[in-house]
Write a protein that binds this ligand. Structure first.
Ligand SMILES: *Cc1c(COP(=O)(O)O)cnc(C)c1O
Length: 466
């Protein structure tokens, strides 16, 4: 499988290189040159497979030459054995034909584990083969950092440095990062805000000379193709569990960077009958404004009760725009260059084409809390604020009640106790047993000044073979 850039100018790459590359050199994102397509008969034959067997069938066409079949199977078995539920992505029923798919049974209690648990293994496998080492550098305001750290903790050829804003992440989120103790894991608390952390990461990627040419930086943010690939699988899993592919499904997806829902779009293109995808946003609603009015315009960032969806622009949306423009990289490049300067629209027929599949909704903090309370009162089931936004948007956008509506449950409620409290419920979400002692575990992190040279110096000194 070859991968091409959404801006049409960077060289095509194979799977291994795409894994180790963040942005393409032309500023675009990598996408597969063509998608595998499965017939209904083939998909039907996957009923009853375990999650990791299904994952193999869905993903292997993207990997093929890069990794022998049996090695990839083993990697998948190990990855999903680490989830605290036999079904890996269990479905919970909320109402007639309405479901939540719990994607938070992995080590850090958020759906990002599905991809990052696999990504760590893929990286180590490829680096071992190539006798290479990488330094992963990332900034986090919460979920991504812990999922990336958990994903890389056993990697021999990876050192990971995660920057978080000192005293500005929740205690659960900080502890999920800082209690993972390993020689290759480095948590840096920067005396600044999240934007400062992100700026330092960006600058470091731009000029890696501080590493002295002895290793290179790698990115694990959601523009990494392997993360999208791993997220396609659970759409198939949910559909097969509810009578697919002989009936179509609707999904509602709490959306930030558009990675998770883009995977659903790919599942449809690969042959899975999906009749509706609901983009559920919080007040950072650039995608909702685009889908409802064909106007793509950045607003300033709002802080909400669903912090993992607090974004100004959704980087993966570029991958959809590429398809909507007939895979014309030059057109995407022009559109996004204009979008950086002010509001843009796309041709009406392209926008209407997108609207056949996608609906959208924006849910504010108050409605998020109301939904948490409502669903708890209806079902004695506790939603985290991100998932609550998905459920609310699903209910608002539903087109056909005979089609199963599945909301992706992106995080465990115990990660966001403040939102639960704000919803007025007196129940306290409990951390699951494997995390129950989180508040007693030893923490390890280094506090550094808001100064890129200091942070780079720390990294240069502390990676394994420095
Ligand atoms: C990352 C995240 C999201 C958003 O996912 P995208 O792929 O960025 O759209 C939603 N909910 C939670 C809990 C997350 O951690």
């Amino acid at each position: 499988m070859r991968y091409i850039s959404t801006r049409g100018e960077a060289p095509a790459l194979g799977f291994e290189d795409v894994l180790l590359t963040g942005l393409a050199s032309d500023g675009g994102l990598y996408v597969p040159e063509s998608l595998p397509h499965f017939s209904l008969e083939e998909i039907r034959s996957w009923r009853g497979l375990s999650y990791s067997e299904l994952a193999f069938n869905v993903m292997y066409p993207f990997v093929n030459d890069a990794i022998p079949e049996e090695d990839f199977r083993k990697m998948l078995t190990e990855t999903y054995a680490g989830f605290a539920h036999q079904a890996v992505a269990p479905l919970v029923q909320l109402d007639t034909n309405e479901w939540v798919m719990e994607l938070f049974r992995g080590p850090t209690l958020a759906f990002k584990d599905f991809a990052l648990q696999l990504l760590g293994r893929l990286l180590d496998y490829v680096l071992e083969k190539r006798k290479q080492h990488v330094v992963i550098m990332g900034a986090t305001s919460g979920d991504t950092g812990s999922a990336a750290i958990e994903g890389c903790r056993h990697c021999e050829h990876v050192d990971i440095f995660i920057l978080h804003p000192y005293q500005r992440v929740s205690e659960v989120q900080r502890r999920q990062m800082t209690t993972v103790l390993g020689d290759n894991i480095h948590n840096i608390a920067v005396k600044g805000n999240f934007d400062d952390c992100q700026r330092m990461v960006k600058e470091s990627f731009g000029d890696q000379s501080f590493l002295g040419g002895k290793t290179q930086l790698a990115a694990v943010n959601s523009i990494n193709w392997a993360r999208i690939m791993a997220q396609i699988v659970y759409y198939f899993q949910a559909s097969l569990a509810l009578g697919g592919p002989d009936r179509s499904m609707a999904f509602s997806v709490p959306t930030g960077n558009f990675g998770d829902i883009f995977a659903g779009y790919l599942a449809k293109k690969m042959g899975l009958p999906i009749s509706q995808l609901v983009i559920a946003t919080n007040r950072n609603d650039i995608l909702h404004r685009f889908m409802s009015g064909n106007r793509y315009e950045q607003h300033k960032l709002e802080h909400t009760l669903s912090p993992s969806m607090d974004i100004m622009v959704s980087s993966n949306f570029e991958r959809l725009l590429f398809d909507l423009h007939g895979r014309d990289g030059a057109a995407v490049k022009e559109l996004l260059e204009n979008a950086a300067k002010g509001p843009v629209s796309i041709e009406d027929y392209r926008w209407r084409h997108a609207r056949k599949l996608f609906d959208s909704d924006a849910v504010d903090d108050k409605t998020t809390c109301d939904t948490i309370r409502e669903v708890f009162e209806q079902n004695e089931y506790l939603l985290d604020p991100h998932t609550a936004i998905g459920v609310k948007a699903a209910r608002n956008c539903r087109r056909d009640t005979s089609v199963p509506m599945i909301t992706l449950g992106t995080a465990h409620p115990a990660k966001f106790p403040d939102a639960i409290a704000e919803s007025g419920l007196s129940v306290k979400p409990q951390l699951p047993p494997h995390m129950a002692d989180l508040f007693e575990r030893e923490e390890r992190y280094t506090v550094l000044d808001n100064d890129v040279a200091g942070v780079q110096g720390f990294i240069a000194e502390h990676w394994k073979n420095a």
